[in-house]
Design a protein around this ligand. Structure first.
Ligand code: AMP
Length: 281
């Protein structure tokens, strides 16, 4: 496995693989890898000849006062883990390499980015689409792999690929969870032991919502209220949003008629966690 941090080296390795006709699978990450990332990587490895990951904590997708500085970083640990998942190449650029002085080009997906995390983190998706568009241009993957945990991100990136006629397939894989149900996330590291125990309430509330729907409840308001109530029973929890949206436009629904996404963002202390479930009706 190779680790490169400059664009010129990355381009020349990719060109060589393309010349040989190898297919490329790509997993963009911000590092501090966990089983969720490794799951995407194993799939990327299984479905492609050459597997590339990027590790880049992208300042553009963090708002003022968010955790850009504190975001956990450990390239040595990540390199070992990625190697164990069959990674062939890690691209780990500096901020200056990605955004040199005078950088002025941004990619924006409209509409899908307005609600959910887009509403509570203005500018976040502009940062995501810009960096992922750049990474796609550099890595030139046949297939790129993303997690359902960041459901809105996956929707937005699929739309970007479609609208900009990018020549790759976006593959979205299910959320990998801790044994107690908490969605794996690099940010779980910030939680105190007490907050960590409490945080399981997010998934529990989503499961309960699924159960309510299964039993026939269709009023989104009632389901959302129940989710919030459950989460707020945890001492350190604050709800950022609880939303039920359709699974095409991500518009809030009041009556559940079709496949929908139930999405939650909640803070435990300073740590903002997100999770979601897709519900078939
Ligand atoms: P991140 O490093 O948090 O930006 O995540 C990189 C990729 O891994 C994104 O596509 C995420 O959706 C995905 N991912 C993060 N956590 C999980 C998880 N628990 N299960 C599956 N995929 C995940």
């Amino acid at each position: 496995m190779q680790v490169v941090s400059d664009i010129a080296s990355l381009k020349s390795i990719i060109e060589e693989k393309k010349q040989k006709g190898l297919s490329i699978g790509f997993v963009p990450t911000m590092g501090f890898l966990h089983e969720g990332h490794l799951f995407l990587m194993r799939m990327a490895k299984a479905e492609n000849d050459f597997m590339v990951i990027s590790i880049f904590v992208n300042p553009l997708q963090f708002g003022a006062g968010e955790d850009y500085e504190e975001y956990p970083r450990d390239l040595e640990r990540d390199t070992k883990m990625a190697g164990s998942a069959g990674c062939d190449l890690i691209f780990s650029p500096t901020v200056k390499e990605m955004y040199p002085p005078g950088y002025a080009t941004f990619v924006q997906v409209e509409k899908l980015t307005e609600g959910l995390c887009g509403a509570s983190r203005p500018g976040h998706f502009l940062g995501v689409t810009t960096v992922v568009a750049k990474l796609f241009n550099l890595v030139r993957p046949d297939r790129a792999y993303f997690g359902q945990k960041d459901a809105q991100q996956a929707f937005v990136l699929k739309k970007m690929v479609e609208d900009l006629n990018m020549n790759l397939k976006v593959i979205v894989l299910p959320t990998v969870r801790e044994p107690d149900g908490l969605a794996m996330s690099s940010r779980n590291k910030y939680l105190t032991p007490e907050q960590r125990k409490e945080a399981v309430v997010i998934y529990r509330s989503l499961r309960e919502a699924e159960e309510q729907i299964r039993k026939g409840e269709r009023e989104a308001g009632i389901i959302k209220e129940n989710i919030s109530k459950l989460i707020l029973q945890a001492k350190h929890a604050r709800v950022d949003y609880v939303e039920i949206v359709d699974s095409k436009e991500l518009h809030p629904v009041s009556i559940i008629k079709d496949r929908c996404l139930i999405a939650v963002a909640a803070k435990f202390g300073k740590t903002r966690l997100i999770d979601n479930v897709l519900v078939e009706v």
